[in-house]
Design a protein around this ligand. Structure first.
Ligand SMILES: [Fe+2]
Length: 468
């Protein structure tokens, strides 16, 4: 291909008007390490660990297009708590694309929906024709690795000491074909269980990494799919991987005709895959169409059924032409591999509920508490409330701090437990870390930490207890 035939580099995205490049979403380009942050209230002396959070954060002003949350580079934020003191660090995950763009001083790769890839003359043979790596969704620590997770791709290992990028990894082969950004770690066995979807058959695989970081099950096909589908999250029980296979289908032919890559095909219904961890055949349960981004948790019942708590959407907003806006509610489903699914709505009181989390030590087992983030009714801006659902008591309480808050993360302490989140005030764009008492989260934070720089609104994170 000659230079005149080569597609031109796409035009810059307007940084001043794009809703996900301005305000609380505006990219953060500074990287800092600041100790002894100012704290209002008190950080418990016995709390020791790190709160990490990932999210899209383009290293340079994007070119072509910018689709949230698909595009961006990864920035990892680290809030370290020790002896009642708090420090903050942040770093880009330095993928080869970020490194090449830093050498050039501007964006080279376009948004992933553009179809443009840079030529060898600009990035060398190895990177020519590649898409941008996007390990910007989640953070997972397992088997001696700290992983910045991507969607249906291999993650990047980063250094817990200084957040330096180590390398893209397949975790000893388990993630050879890629991984969900939401693998689950079984607290009882220490195993990390994951799935991956792909555009070509087999469309779905699953794999297991042992507690020592070695792969114990290589990518294994899931039988029963006839098309490539998108599945974002999974649940894990002692016996099963639980996948909501909703009818959001990759349609490559439509994309080549200039249409959308993803098609909502509700006639297919939603299918729940119960994938036995012992390798037995997959059990499929069919039900009416709905969409799931995130699950809270799941567990086995003595009668052989599986209980799973998740946020159910009427359809995936942004991916389907529907007459009404997509709506969500927190649902408890009991899935019987022989008899189907029974559902109970846990909470439908809020708008755009998402990011349901439990105490991660209770994954695969019954849990009492779920926290989620939602918009207050009538609000048109960012998500601004945390909701706390007590399933045993049948109650829910809310904390609305008046700032845009992110995913709540459960923080187990030595004698007491907490929820933590990062929020940014849309008025002055100051970011803070909030620590809430898990027994009375709606009372507001017991400690509020002023972060030294703005943390862009982002995606998922984790609390990593200090390792002995
Ligand atoms: Fe997610």
């Amino acid at each position: 291909m000659t230079a005149s035939e080569r597609p031109a580099r796409p035009a810059p995205v307007d940084m001043h008007t794009h809703p996900f490049l301005t305000g609380v979403f505006a990219p953060q380009r500074e990287e800092v390490d600041v100790a002894d942050l100012s704290v209002a209230g008190e950080i418990p002396d016995d709390l020791a660990g790190s709160y990490l959070r990932n999210g899209p954060n383009p290293r340079f002003d994007p070119i072509g297009s910018y689709v949230y949350p698909l595009d961006g580079d990864a920035m990892v934020h680290l809030i370290r708590v020790e002896d009642g003191r708090v420090s903050y660090s942040n770093r880009f995950v330095r993928t080869p694309m970020v490194v090449a763009e830093e050498a050039a001083g501007h964006a080279i790769w376009s948004g992933i929906t553009d179809g443009y890839t840079p030529p060898a003359s600009e990035v060398g043979d190895e990177l020519a024709g590649t898409m941008r790596d996007l390990p910007d969704i989640n953070i997972v620590r397992h088997g001696g690795r700290l992983l910045a997770m991507a969607e249906a791709d291999r993650p990047y290992e980063i250094s817990p000491a200084d957040l330096a990028t180590v390398a893209k990894t397949d975790c000893d082969g388990a993630m050879l074909v890629g991984s969900t950004a939401h693998p689950k770690i079984d607290p009882a066995t220490g195993e990390m269980v994951l799935f991956n979807y792909a555009l070509e058959a087999p469309y779905l695989t699953w794999a297991v990494v042992g507690p020592d970081g070695h792969t114990t099950r290589k990518p294994t096909p899931v039988d029963g799919l006839d098309a490539p589908i998108m599945v974002h999250d999974m649940a894990l029980t002692s016996r099963f991987i639980v996948l909501f296979v909703c009818p959001l289908v990759f349609d490559i032919a439509a994309m080549l005709r200039g249409g959308s890559l993803l098609a909502w095909q509700p006639d297919r219904g939603t299918r729940i895959a119960l994938i036995p961890r012992n390798g037995d055949p997959v059990r499929w349960v069919d039900t009416d169409p709905f969409w799931v981004w995130h699950v809270a948790n799941a567990f086995d019942n003595p009668d052989g059924t599986v209980t799973v708590d998740y946020v159910e959407w009427t359809y995936p907003g942004g991916f389907a032409d529907q007459p009404r806006p997509a709506s969500s509610e927190l649902v408890r489903a009991v899935v019987d591999p022989d008899a189907g699914i029974g559902k109970t709505v846990v909470s439908d009181a809020v708008v755009d509920m998402e990011f349901p989390r439990v105490d991660d030590r209770l994954l695969t087992r019954d849990h009492r508490r779920i926290a989620s983030v939602a918009r207050a009714a009538g609000d048109t801006g960012q998500r601004e409330s945390l909701w706390f659902h007590d399933l045993a008591a049948g109650t829910e309480t809310v904390w609305t701090p008046g700032v845009a808050v992110g995913e709540p993360i459960f923080i187990p302490g030595a004698g007491h437990d907490y929820w933590g989140t990062i929020g940014t005030d849309p008025a002055d764009l100051r970011s803070r870390f909030y620590l809430l008492d898990a027994d009375a989260p709606a009372d507001g934070p017991i400690a509020t930490v002023d972060l030294p720089i703005r943390v862009p609104a982002g995606l998922h994170g984790a609390w990593l207890p200090a390792e002995p």
